[in-house]
Design a protein around this ligand. Structure first.
Ligand SMILES: NC(=O)c1ccc[n+]([C@@H]2O[C@H](COP(=O)([O-])OP(=O)(O)OC[C@H]3O[C@@H](n4cnc5c(N)ncnc54)[C@H](O)[C@@H]3O)[C@@H](O)[C@H]2O)c1
Length: 302
């Protein structure tokens, strides 16, 4: 038998490994013989991982501490952890989804990976329109330090709704991946994105509350007629970081069972094609969200 994936004894770092897609990635990597370093702020229950490292990825110092516990040479990185913004503020949401991945890539993966290494970020179909909105993202994506990102997003973090941080952070991450894929290719290291559509994970309820029902979520899963499973998102991520994908770099792999095709063919409305930082749109969205939260509270009191 040939080990086509080539994960045996490879040092793989997985963020978000305690739930949903990240947990499914960690399990698959264990099965494929990798040495799995699982990072998450919640306990990781995956059997046979090499080490679980508790870390809040929205905190730079905690990331620094976490990487002290990881071997000097890293073969593959899976940036899967993410927050919807439904329960966290703008700053935390943005930093977990974007800043942490940027910081880890430039400060740790850049020095500790070598030829043959591979990186995959889990972005989202919510970030699909990143090419249209590069002007909004350039300042963030071209910031090289944690502090710089904080500075250029400061105003936004205090005025825009946290759920807008989701779309914006995912767009920034997709653009960052594209630009860094070119840089890292010079060293023989690949970078790709997986853009999941609606998936049944720990985050499902938060997205369901935003669209109003499970049917609303399923309607975002193309022609599948159901939500994807965590494993169905983990498989493309494991594939992209494996030897099977050795000539694939700079790819946005959309995994949404035709949802994007339907929008492309104008068979479905594309609600993602709006700016994420426009102050008027942000203020309107905040007003609407406050109103629906107030309504929910009032109907609960009746
Ligand atoms: N579920 C979906 O429909 C969907 C769709 C598109 C993209 N995504 C993306 O998929 C990725 C995985 O999410 P999921 O759907 O499996 O959700 P999930 O909630 O099941 O898993 C997310 C994991 O990230 C961890 N995490 C969150 N914030 C953290 C922080 N600050 N520090 C450390 N760990 C943190 C959580 O503890 C959890 O284990 C996320 O990046 C998410 O944005 C999800």
């Amino acid at each position: 038998m040939k080990d086509y994936f080539g994960y045996k004894d490879k040092v793989c770092v997985v963020t978000g490994a305690s739930s949903g897609m990240g947990e499914a990635v960690a399990k698959m990597l264990v099965d494929l013989g990798a040495k799995v370093y699982a990072i998450d702020m919640n306990e990781c229950k995956v059997d046979w991982i090499t080490e679980f490292i508790k870390c809040n990825l929205a905190n730079k110092e905690e990331i620094d501490e976490a990487f002290k516990k990881i071997p000097e040479h890293i073969d593959a990185f899976f940036g899967v952890a993410g927050l919807s913004g439904a329960k966290t503020d703008y700053r935390t949401t943005f930093d977990c989804n974007y800043t942490a991945n940027m910081y880890i890539t430039l400060n740790y993966l850049n020095n500790r990976m070598s030829k043959g290494g591979a990186i995959v970020y889990c972005t989202s179909t919510a970030g699909l329109e990143w090419k249209k909105f590069k002007r909004e993202q350039n300042k963030v994506v071209h910031s090289k330090t944690w502090e710089e990102v904080q500075n250029v997003t400061r105003k936004l973090a205090s005025s825009a709704p946290a759920t807008f941080a989701y779309m914006y952070s995912k767009r920034c991450l997709s653009q960052f991946a594209c630009e860094q894929a070119v840089e890292f290719a010079k060293k023989g290291i690949r970078i790709n994105n997986v853009l999941p559509g609606s998936t049944d994970t720990g985050m499902k309820q938060e997205f369901q509350d935003m669209v109003g029902s499970e049917e609303g979520l399923i309607a975002q899963a193309g022609l599948a007629g159901r939500l994807a499973t965590s494993e169905e998102m983990a498989m493309p991520m494991v594939f992209l970081n494996s030897d099977m994908a050795s000539f694939i770099s700079g790819l946005d792999m959309v995994v949404d069972y035709t949802d994007t095709c339907l929008k492309e063919l104008k068979l479905k409305k594309n609600l993602e094609a709006v700016p994420a930082t426009n102050p008027i749109i942000c203020a309107l969205a905040k007003k609407m969200l406050n109103k629906s939260a107030k309504n929910a509270l009032n109907s609960g009191n009746e």
